[in-house]
Ligand binder design. Structure first.
Ligand code: HMG
Ligand code: MG
Length: 302
């Protein structure tokens, strides 16, 4: 992939809808998936195979995947916490799975009911099984700068978790600023610790926008050679087990930034914006995306 191409991983239908008070039907989620795929998004999270007791909103992810039109090259990704999740994901016919842990024991305990070390031990056989099935595995490392329960996190702690994920054969890593507190200098320090372990091509940034720093953090990542970013249409997002986590960086805003930097994504911004408007209509919310707001204002009849 050339240096002026950026890969977007769309997480709104998982990171966003996992947090909605009212669950959204599988048919509706599949419809949005199909529209986002038609907009050119190359990788889209369709949901997660987690415990429905923990995250009821993701309970029917298998039905979402069954209703997705597998046209074009869009890859279907899901989050998987354990062996049972992996089996469900393979049965559903996903293209990729993502395992998720964090640089903070306190958060990991709340999110997946185990310590970071226990999560690593749990993941090892999952990575082997996924590789045998020919499915690439992403590893999420959450709370890379701040944890809602433990406070500040050191870059060394983040690098330690990345090292263990790499040692078990994970394909790529997404560094998550779960509660959106990070600023560019802090992202830079995390990258100082992680980039010696792995090439920038295998890293993504996953920026929540709670403190309005997500775009600045993406720019910092771009300067350090990162070319994959997670984002969410209509700025959806949050984690039910991360107090204070708000939406992800909006895909609409990320696309605007990247186009201005002369970087290519293959994604149609207008088509993404239309999906974002539909999502906001159905969820009865206003978009936090500044770009979506600006485009809507410009298109409003005077
Ligand atoms: P547990 O309670 O320790 O595990 O939960 P368990 O084995 O005792 O299972 C509890 C119940 O769930 C049992 O059912 C299991 O059968 C069932 P019961 O007998 O009570 O009826 N179960 C499952 N059902 C379906 N699929 C499965 C599954 N596993 C167990 N795979 C567990 C441990 C990991 C299961 C739980 O903590 C869990 O599901 N956590 C998920 C939390 C989550 O999804 N968080 C949001 C995603 S992470 C995030 O948003 C951050 C990210 O965006 C990056 C960032 O922003 O930094 C990725
Ligand atoms: Mg997230």
């Amino acid at each position: 992939m050339s240096r002026d191409h950026v890969t977007l991983i769309e997480v709104g239908l998982r990171d966003g809808l996992q947090n909605e008070a009212t669950p959204v039907s599988a048919q509706q989620r599949a419809h949005w998936f199909n529209q986002l795929a038609a907009a050119g998004l190359p990788r889209i999270e369709a949901g997660s195979f987690v415990s429905p007791r923990w995250v009821p909103q993701m309970a029917d992810t298998d039905q979402v995947i069954a209703a997705i039109e597998r046209r074009g090259g869009t890859q279907v990704e899901v989050l998987v916490p354990n062996q049972r999740g992996l089996e469900s994901a393979l049965a559903a016919g996903v293209d990729r799975i993502a395992l998720f842990t964090a640089a903070s024991d306190a958060f990991t305990q709340k999110n997946i009911n185990c310590t970071v070390s226990e999560s690593i031990a749990r993941f090892r056989p999952l990575v082997s099984a996924a590789r045998e099935a020919g499915i690439p595995v992403r590893g999420y490392v959450s709370t890379i700068v701040g944890c809602p329960y433990a406070g500040a996190i050191t870059p060394k702690a983040v690098a330690g978790v990345c090292e263990q994920l790499l040692a078990m054969g994970i394909d790529d890593i997404s560094l998550g600023d779960t509660i959106g507190v990070a600023r560019p200098l802090e992202i830079d320090r995390v990258l100082d610790a992680v980039l010696p372990l792995m090439p920038a091509e295998r890293l993504a940034l996953h920026c929540h926008d709670t403190y309005g720093q997500a775009l600045a953090n993406v720019l910092q990542g771009l300067q350090r050679g990162i070319r994959s970013f997670d984002s969410a249409v209509a700025g959806l997002g949050g984690c039910p087990y991360a107090k204070g986590a708000s939406g992800n960086l909006a895909t609409e805003d990320l696309l605007y930034l990247l186009a201005g930097q002369g970087l290519h994504t293959g994604v149609d911004p207008q088509a993404v914006q239309a999906v974002g408007e539909d999502i906001c209509r159905v969820l009865k919310r206003n978009t936090p995306s500044k770009v979506a707001q600006a485009v809507q204002a410009a298109n409003r009849p005077t």
